[in-house]
Structure formats: structure tokens, C-alpha cells
Design a protein around this ligand. Structure first.
Ligand code: PGA
Length: 256
């Protein structure tokens, strides 16, 4: 089955209002020149403060979809500083990034909390981009595959096969994020193949064949073509190289 590639830009904690406008204007201009029938699914994940503006600017541009960088799984209530799925749905948010290593490491998010988010996101009809990845120590100790199996198994707990088919996983080795040192494309392909085997074991070959699995970690215009040539890699989740319109548009072109 052909899986439609995704190029997703994770803006992290970058871009005030003016910067977000400049970036999305540049991306919109770039994608306006591209043939929609050949394009990957293009996703941008601004900060909450820029969501409304970006939503408004792209609302007539079907080539770009919106993602949030996080969500609270509770429907509403006394959760100071948090944002609900209902609020995201107001802005036509289609995807939500969850389980990013920065949230796991800096904000203490557990596999159980990430699973709660995945369940709530799918219940609301949005799509989780579930991040997983190993530390350098885990890779050197040879426990990468076992670690990823644990993260994926816990993240997908209680989720139906149909919902898993719609979901997206992003394999992001922690040592490759923001370091400029991308994981070797062949090794990223192998690892993503192992993640797909975990999904096949938990569900079926059919589900594993349907779910889109991205690679993330220092993806650049100079690496994307080789990465996209790998059969298991269905696209990229990109931080640094998504913050300039030219480079993000080059990444989109690299996935066409
Ligand atoms: P990077 O970030 O492209 O800057 O390495 C990727 C990510 O954290 O999603």
C-alpha cells in the first residue's frame, strides 16, 4: 500500500507573531509553485501563541495542514497553562505532536501520559504524531530496538487497529536532534522497519503497512533525498531546518 509522505515542521519555541507570519508567508509562496498531486502532506507546528494567526493565513491553502506541539488530554478544567483538544479543534488543527524527547526529558512526561494524550487525540478525530527514540547511551548499549518497542507498545495501549492506521510515528534518535548529526539513512530505515514490526506484532501486517513512520533528527535539504529513498521512511519531522521558508520548501521538494 502506498503511504503518503509527510514533511512536518516543528517550530518548537521559536517565532513571535511577526516571525511566524514571515515564515508561513514564505512557505505558502513556495508551495504555491508546487504541483499538489505530487506533494507530500505538508504540516507546520507553530507555538500556541502563533496558532490562530497561522490558521487564519493558511485557511484557504489546502496544501498545508496545522499541527500543535502538545495538548492536555483532559477535556477542560483547572489545568493552569494547558490547552485542550477542543481548543485546538477550533483552529482546524489536524495533528498533535506527542512524546517528543524534549517533553519527556525536560518536562517529565511519562509513557502513560503520552498514551492518555494519544487516546484523547484520536477520540477527538485528530492525528497524533507519536515520537520515540533512544539516547546515545542506549544505542551504544545495543538496547535501541527494545527501548523503542517499549515506548511504542505503551503509547498505543488501548488504541484500536483503525485508529493506529491513521496515526503517525516519528522515530527521533535523541542524539540526532538539533546536533546537526543525522542518523545514517540506512540505519534509520532499519530502525523504522523494526518499529513497523512492533506494530505488526501488536496489531497486524495490514496495520503496520498503513501507519506512517517519519524520521526526525537533523533532517536537512542535503539529507532528505537519501532519507526519502528508504522504503520504510515515510517523511520527516524537522526542527531547525523548518525555521527558514527556503529550506522547508526544499525539504518538501526533496520528498516529491
Ligand atoms: P531537528 O529537530 O531537526 O532540529 O534536529 C527535530 C525534532 O526535534 O523534531
Amino acid at each position: 500500500m502506498a503511504r503518503r509522505p509527510i514533511i512536518a515542521g516543528n517550530w518548537k519555541m521559536h517565532n513571535n507573531k511577526a516571525q511566524a507570519k514571515e515564515l508561513i508567508d514564505g512557505i505558502m509562496y513556495g508551495v504555491s509553485q508546487l504541483d499538489a498531486s505530487k506533494m507530500p502532506e505538508v504540516v507546520v507546528a507553530p507555538t500556541y501563541t502563533a496558532l490562530w494567526q497561522v490558521y487564519d493565513l493558511i485557511k484557504n491553502e489546502p496544501k498545508i495542514a496545522l499541527s500543535a506541539q502538545n495538548v492536555n488530554p483532559n477535556p477542560s478544567g483547572a489545568y493552569t497553562g494547558e490547552v485542550s483538544l477542543d481548543m485546538l479543534a477550533d483552529f482546524n488543527v489536524k495533528f498533535v505532536i506527542i512524546g517528543h524527547s524534549e517533553r519527556r526529558q525536560m518536562f517529565g512526561e511519562t509513557d502513560e501520559f503520552i498514551n492518555q494524550k494519544a487516546v484523547a487525540i484520536l477520540e477527538k478525530g485528530l492525528i497524533p504524531i507519536i515520537c520515540c527514540g533512544e539516547t546515545l547511551e542506549q544505542r551504544e548499549a545495543g538496547v535501541t530496538d527494545a527501548h523503542l518497542e517499549e515506548q511504542i507498545t505503551k503509547a498505543l495501549k488501548g488504541i484500536s487497529a483503525d485508529d493506529v492506521k491513521k496515526s503517525v510515528i516519528a522515530y527521533e534518535p535523541i542524539w540526532a536532534i538539533g546536533t546537526g548529526k543525522s542518523c545514517d539513512a540506512v540505519e534509520a530505515n532499519r530502525t523504522i522497519g523494526e518499529i513497523r514490526k512492533v506494530v505488526a506484532k501488536l496489531y497486524s501486517a495490514d496495520v503496520a503497512d498503513a501507519i506512517r513512520i517519519l524520521y526526525g533528527g537533523s533532517v536537512k535539504p542535503s539529507t532528505i533525498v537519501e532519507q526519502m529513498a528508504q522504503p520504510e521512511i515515510d517523511g520527516g519531522l524537522i526542527g531547525g531546518a523548518s525555521l527558514q521558508a527556503d529550506s522547508f520548501v526544499d525539504l518538501i521538494k526533496g520528498a516529491m
